[in-house]
Write a protein that binds this ligand. Structure first.
Ligand code: SAM
Ligand code: SF4
Length: 440
């Protein structure tokens, strides 16, 4: 059993976890293959953030069973952690169930499987370790992810993450900087720092590091790594988001002028029931810091509609928050009940139809705002990192520092060979979520 196939579902953290899992396995002599047909070990890295995501896991596991009987199956990630050994009952063909806080044990668990054990688990959340591997496979040739903090110590009432990813553990600043330097040596110029709440990063190597070696300090240090052109980060929690982060971005253009600051609701009462630990006014103050920055900062966010008890008036406050936010884009979710979460104490009385109605109202308002805001970008010249070539439109696909997509024509077309390079492009057309242009 040396050839493995891995399928990944969910957020960037999961995508990057899979890259590290691949590195770990390859380092132990396994070979990654592109299809389940070619593999002896089939791994599925799962997401359980919403109910639908979890249902998909069991449907997919059944499919795997139908087409690949006799192979070894492993379930990784959030559903593995959440369902634990129950997965063996629901899907008896699975032999390995491992949550993300136990990935350090993967080599040892694989040895047990090779020895012939039929059921192995890695489900402990009682860890202070972070998952560091000497080898990480990188899927994206232009942007590399670096995890700076794992787990989450918040307890937002709707969220499974604290149960599936365990307590917060920061990596040391030194190991993060080392990885950034190695990535530059490998040719990367853009990195994205990852964590459920990057703002609560504290360097564990420095005792009492809340007194300075915090996330803003890490940003400043990473921003100085020679050869790096762009540093992004996600996700920020408003409670721990401090003005010093905006100041760091103002000081150094390597730090991208884009901040994802999930608000979840515009109503203080709903935020309180959600246990988000900030009020609407606290959040508005953070918007103010970003809007008054020297650089133009693009802001994106997440919203949940239909959280238990959300009244029409509370929903109206979320609608009005969009006017204050002037968001670049917005991820909107319908509330979904999750196991173990504090919100289970409330009845989920808002109907699916009503959630959909609120979802569509927000979506429509946000879309109209994006059309208006983006139109102001006409004729601007932007620097883009060229990430691809669009065959259908004969355009280069670029990303701005603000994380906007700008597809542009070049007089030499594909011959210009721009992949992975930075180019200047003038905006000649704008839409709700992307822009078109030409090389400048
Ligand atoms: N740690 C990040 C944060 O605090 O924003 C991201 C958490 S989660 C992976 C991404 C988004 O999923 C959240 O911001 C929230 O909007 C949404 N989400 C989480 N749990 C949800 C639930 N039970 N129902 C609907 N949306 C949910
Ligand atoms: Fe979930 Fe809240 Fe932690 Fe984000 S901060 S992962 S929403 S508990």
């Amino acid at each position: 059993m040396k050839r493995f196939y891995i399928e990944t579902f969910g957020c960037q953290m999961n995508a990057h976890d899979s890259e590290k899992v691949i590195g770990t396995l390859v380092g132990r002599g396994y070979e990654q293959v592109a299809t389940p047909e070619a593999a002896e070990l089939i791994m599925y890295n799962t997401c359980s953030i919403r109910d639908k995501a979890e249902q998909k896991v069991f449907a997919r596991l059944q499919e795997f069973k139908r087409h690949h009987a006799g192979k070894t199956f492993a379930v990784l990630g959030c559903v593995a952690q959440q369902e634990g050994e129950k997965i063996f009952e629901k899907a008896p063909h699975v032999s390995m169930v491992v949550g993300s806080a136990s990935y350090n044990r993967l080599p040892e668990l694989l040895v047990q499987i090779e020895r012939g054990d039929k059921r192995v688990t890695g489900l402990s959340l009682d860890t202070e370790d972070t998952f560091e591997t000497p080898l990480t496979r990188r899927d994206n040739p232009h942007k590399a992810y670096i995890t700076i903090i794992e787990g989450c110590d918040k307890s937002c009432a709707y969220c499974v993450v604290p149960f599936t990813r365990g307590p917060e553990r920061s990596r040391t600043l030194e190991s993060v900087l080392r990885e950034a330097r190695e990535l530059v040596q490998m040719g990367y110029t853009e990195i994205q720092l990852l964590g459920q709440n990057v703002n609560s990063f504290r360097d564990p190597a420095i005792p009492g590091s809340e007194l300075g070696h915090d996330f803003a300090y890490l940003l400043r240090r990473i921003g100085e790594v020679p050869g790096l052109r762009r540093v992004r980060f996600t996700t920020s929690h408003p409670r721990d988001f401090v003005k010093d982060i905006v100041d760091a971005i103002d000081e150094n253009p390597v730090l991208c002028n884009h901040i994802h600051l999930p608000v979840q609701s515009g109503s203080t009462a709903v935020l309180s029931r959600m246990q988000r630990l900030y009020t609407r006014d606290d959040y508005l103050r953070r918007l103010q810091w970003m809007h008054s920055a020297k650089r133009e900062i693009a802001i994106t966010s997440d919203l949940i509609v239909g959280f238990p008890g959300e009244t029409e008036a509370e929903f109206a406050e979320t609608m009005s928050l969009l006017d204050h936010g002037r968001y670049e884009s917005m991820y909107i979710f319908k509330y979904s009940r999750r196991p173990n979460t504090p919100a289970l104490q409330y009845e989920d009385h808002i109907t699916e139809e009503e959630k959909t109605r609120r979802f569509l109202l927000l979506q429509e308002k946000q879309r109209a705002m994006q059309i208006r805001q983006n139109a102001e970008l006409l004729n601007r010249v932007e620097e883009v990192l060229v990430e691809g070539w669009n065959l259908a439109t004969n355009q280069w696909i670029g990303k701005t520092s603000q994380n906007r997509t700008l597809n542009f024509l070049h007089p030499q077309g594909r011959e210009a060979n721009l992949l992975g390079q930075y180019a200047q492009a003038r905006v000649t057309r704008t839409g709700p979520s992307s822009m078109g242009g030409e090389a400048a």
